[in-house]
Design a protein around this ligand. Structure first.
Ligand code: GLU
Length: 507
């Protein structure tokens, strides 16, 4: 295989959707697996769709995800510049090469003329295509005299350069995922390659840059498959067939119900993020949620995305980036779309979160506490971590599962009170408070034995005592084991909570 060089080539038209991250990921895995290079190229030739902030968002998203580049718009490299608007001057000569070998031509039709034609075709229930069937009746360098063309160009008339699609020919795209894809050229149109404002279109810039940047494999979303025959044709027209990259078009990411492509709009509508990071639309101010801000770990996010469209050939689901690199192959990318499963995303996150060492969990929880303005000692934070990490799916759950260690309950769950608070409860709690007072060993095990012996010796109900204690300590019927809670809270705090509950709930 020639040197593997792959690229991720997003257009900065908005936030990067998770499908885009998956495309970048598969390129990255492929590059690393084959000891090749991976580059980030920004395709911003369509200035009408440019969105400020989108390029930075793309870079930050990929950095957060742990997808690394060897060359790119943000780090430079031997084929710089990597932003197409900065390469603008380069494309003209390539457009001219095609004009000169007559595989492209100038077209002078105005937008109004083309619109009128479109309407006219529509009224006859046909679709207008600028192509083999129509071009000889239109205003272009194939129908005008050489002199007329020269005069129009010298007069600064607006023009576009269009590719000349062959009349009837089967164009074959060899795709690494789909096999041979053949298209009859009469289904294609003479796409615009270049405009008189000096800007190339996506097709020209994409092919020229892939060639100049020595791209070996084009791995991209299925939505680009219809463009592939034109790209194959352009390689031929330029005489670059020997250097044409191999193509791999990735299957779509589907909505959770499998009904259609997962779209940018689906996320917050269905209650899960479709973007890696939170995005605020610069025009409307509309905010879309992101995986990072929702409390996902990048490792879980990447593991989940890797398996949406690819499988390792075994039942193994938990795979680190290094394992993914080791195992990745295009052969195992499926042909059909993969349903996105938001519950599975949480499952992955739960796995990675609960596998973190307590010190890391303490760091995450510590940040939440700082945001909430809660002062807690590192020792307290660390002692809480082993009790909660199995109970959290997302980072914010660490707080949901532990707030009562840092701040006493301000109310008591009505239903639990109804069930367990009896006239004799205050007396019982006072006896337990005395027991705690006398207890020296405040380890969970020692407390557990002490409380259970007390229950046993006094012939009390286990459920009644434990649930009542839990109620006064946390305000409801949740949280880890009662002895563990008391152990972490300590003698003074546990007694104070007992006192408070008696004062609040009374007799
Ligand atoms: N600029 C295109 C995009 O936004 C790139 C497609 C390709 O990879 O060729 O996805």
């Amino acid at each position: 295989m020639k040197e593997v060089r792959v690229r991720f080539a997003p257009s900065p038209t908005g936030p990067l959707h998770i499908g885009g991250v998956r495309t970048a990921l598969y390129n990255y895995l492929f590059a690393r697996k084959h000891h090749g290079k991976f580059l980030l190229r920004i395709e911003d030739t369509d200035q009408t769709r440019f969105v400020p902030g989108a390029e930075n968002y793309i870079i930050e998203s990929l950095q957060w995800s742990g997808i690394q580049f060897d060359e790119g718009v943000h780090i430079g490299g031997p084929y710089a510049p990597y932003r197409q608007s900065d390469r603008k001057e380069m494309y003209h000569q390539y457009a001219m090469q095609l004009i000169n070998n007559e595989t492209a031509y100038y077209a002078f039709d105005t937008p109004e003329e083309l619109e009128a034609l479109r309407k006219d075709f529509e009224s006859r229930k046909e679709t207008f295509q600028y192509g083999p069937q129509t071009r000889m009746g239109l205003r272009n360098s194939l129908t005008l005299s050489e002199n007329d063309v020269k005069t129009l160009l010298e007069a600064g008339e607006h023009y576009v350069i269009r590719v000349r699609i062959p009349d009837h020919e089967t164009i074959v795209v060899q795709d690494l995922i789909r096999g041979l894809v053949s298209v009859d050229s009469h289904l294609l149109d003479d796409k615009v390659l270049y405009k008189s404002d000096g800007m190339p279109t996506y097709h020209l810039a994409n092919v020229v840059d892939d060639y100049l940047m020595k791209i070996s494999h084009v791995i991209r979303g299925e939505e680009w498959l219809p463009s592939a025959p034109l790209h194959v044709l352009l390689y031929r027209y330029f005489g670059w067939e020997a250097d044409m990259p191999e193509f791999a078009h990735l299957p779509l990411l589907l909505k959770p119900d499998g009904n259609g492509k997962l779209s940018k709009r689906d996320g917050d509508r269905l209650g899960f993020p479709v973007f890696p990071l939170r995005w605020t639309d610069p025009k409307s101010g509309e905010v879309s949620s992101g995986y990072r801000e929702s409390g996902y770990l990048p490792e879980a996010f990447i593991n989940m995305l890797a398996l949406l469209g690819w499988n390792p050939g075994t039942e193994q689901e938990i795979l680190s980036m290094d394992e993914l690199i080791e195992l990745f192959s295009i052969d195992r990318v499926g042909k059909s779309g993969s349903k996105f499963d938001p519950e599975k995303a949480k499952w992955f996150n739960h796995h990675y979160l609960s596998a973190l060492p307590d010190e890391k969990i303490a760091g995450l929880l510590g940040k939440i506490l700082i945001d909430k303005g809660i002062d807690a000692t590192p020792v307290l934070i660390l002692s809480v971590c082993p009790l909660i990490k199995e109970r959290a799916n997302l980072i914010p759950d660490l707080w949901e599962q532990s707030w009562f260690f840092f701040t006493p309950p301000v109310s008591y769950d009505e239903k639990v009170v109804q069930k367990f608070w009896k006239p004799e409860t205050p007396a019982l709690l006072n006896r337990i408070s005395d027991l705690l007072k006398k207890q020296d060993d405040f380890s969970t095990d020692a407390l557990d034995i002490a409380i259970k012996s007390f229950i046993h010796d006094n012939e009390l109900g286990m459920g009644l005592v434990m649930n009542t204690l839990r109620l006064v300590l946390v305000g409801g019927s949740f949280g880890p084991g009662v002895a563990a809670i008391i152990s972490v809270l300590g003698k003074k705090e546990a007694q104070s909570r007992i006192e408070k509950a008696i004062a609040y709930l009374g007799n």
